[in-house]
Design a protein. Sequence first.
Lengths: 174, 252
Amino acid sequence: MPGPDFETVVADYHEPLYRFAISLTRSEADACDLVQQTFYMWATKGHQLRDAAKVKSWLFTTQYRAFLESRRTVTRFPHSELIETDPELPVILPEAARQLDAMQAVEALAQIDAVYRAPVALFYLEDYSYQEIADVLAVPIGTVKSRLARGLAQLKHIFAGSNPSRSQPRGKHE
Amino acid sequence: MNNQEAKTILALFRPGSPDEADPSFHEARQMAKTDPELARWFDAHCEAYLLLRRQFQSIPIPPGLKEQILSERKIHRPLFQRYWRPLLAVAAVVVFLVSIDFVFSPFHGVKDRYAAYSKRMVESALKGYNMDVTTTDPLQIRDYLKEHHAPAAYSLPAGLKTAPLVGCAVSSWQGNPVSMICFKSGRPLPPAAQSDVWLFVTSRQTLARASPPASPSVDRVSKAITASWSDGQNDYLLAVVGNEALLRKYLQ
C-alpha cells in the first residue's frame, strides 16, 4: 500500500513539529531549520517506513534526533529514575497558567534545562502515551517520567518568578 | 499508597490523553475520589495542565513555513522523482513507437535477421571448417544429413547437380540444423581449402518470416557472392567464391 504523499505529510504535521522544535531550540529560525531538516529526511528515507500509522512518531523521533545531533548533547543527558526526583511535587497553579500567552509559555519552557525540555514539550503538545514519548526520546519510561517531574518542577518555579537551581540533575546516572 | 505518593503519580497525569486508560494512574485516581484534599489538588493540576496545553498548542506558526518546506523539497528531489510522470510518458511513447515499427515494418527486422544468417554461414565456410563427411556420393551425404536431423530432402538447381561434390557438414542457426553441402568449382583452391562452392539448406521454419523469396536473390556477403531462395519447404543459400557469372551457372 503506498504511503501518504509528501504534501499531505507536510500539511498534517508541520505545525506540531514546529511547536516541538521551537520548544527545543528557543529560536524561530532554528526551529524552522529543524522542521525543514526533518521533512528532508522524510523525503529521502520515509519510504522505508512500512507502517503508515507511524508517520507522526517517525517524524517526531527523527526531529528529536536531529536536534540532539545538532547540539551534540545526547551523551550529556543522563538517565535517571523517578524515585530520585525532588520530593517537592510539581504543582503548577491554574492562576499562573492563566496569566500566560503562547509565547510566554514557550519562553518559560526555554528556561528549563535542555534535558527536561523535550519531555515537557511533548507532555503539553501531544497526546502520546508515555511509551511513545520514551520511543521518541529513545530513553526508558522511567527516565521520561523523572525528567518530566524535574522539568515541571522547574517550570513551576519559573511561573512563580523564582529560578530554581538548574545544576546537574541529582538522579541516578546510567 | 499515601496522599503524597498519589500526588507523585498524578502530577504526570494528562486529562483527555491516553493516560485516561493507563492502569498506572488508576489507583491514584481512585484515591482522589475519596480524599478531599487530594481531589482539590488533582483538580487544580488538571485545570493548569489544560490551560498550559491550550497555550502551547496555540504557538503561532511562521507564515510561509509550509510553502518553504515544499519548495525545498522541489530543490532537493532527484530528477526522476521530480519528473517521473513526464519521463514515464516519454518512455511510454518510445515503447509505443518501437512497437509500431515492429508491427508495421516487418521487413526491416527480417532483412537484418536473414543478413545475419547468411553472414554467419558464409564466414564459417570462408574461415575453414572440418567436413563431417568427405565423399562424392550424393546419397551418402543425404543419409548422413538425415541421420543427424539436418535437412536431407533438398532440391538442387540443375547447375549444381553436375557440380563435383566434396562432402558435407551439419551446422546450426539458433538451435536449428543447417545442412552444408560442399562442392568444387574446378578452379584452383587456396591452400588448405577443400571447396569453394557451398549450399546451405535449412527448414523454412528456421528463418520463418525471414525466408528468402522463391526466385534466387543475389547478394554479396564478405568475399563471396550468394544466391538465396526458398522452395516452400527449405530455404537455400548458395555461396561461391568468384563472380556472379559463376554463381548463375549453378542456378540454371
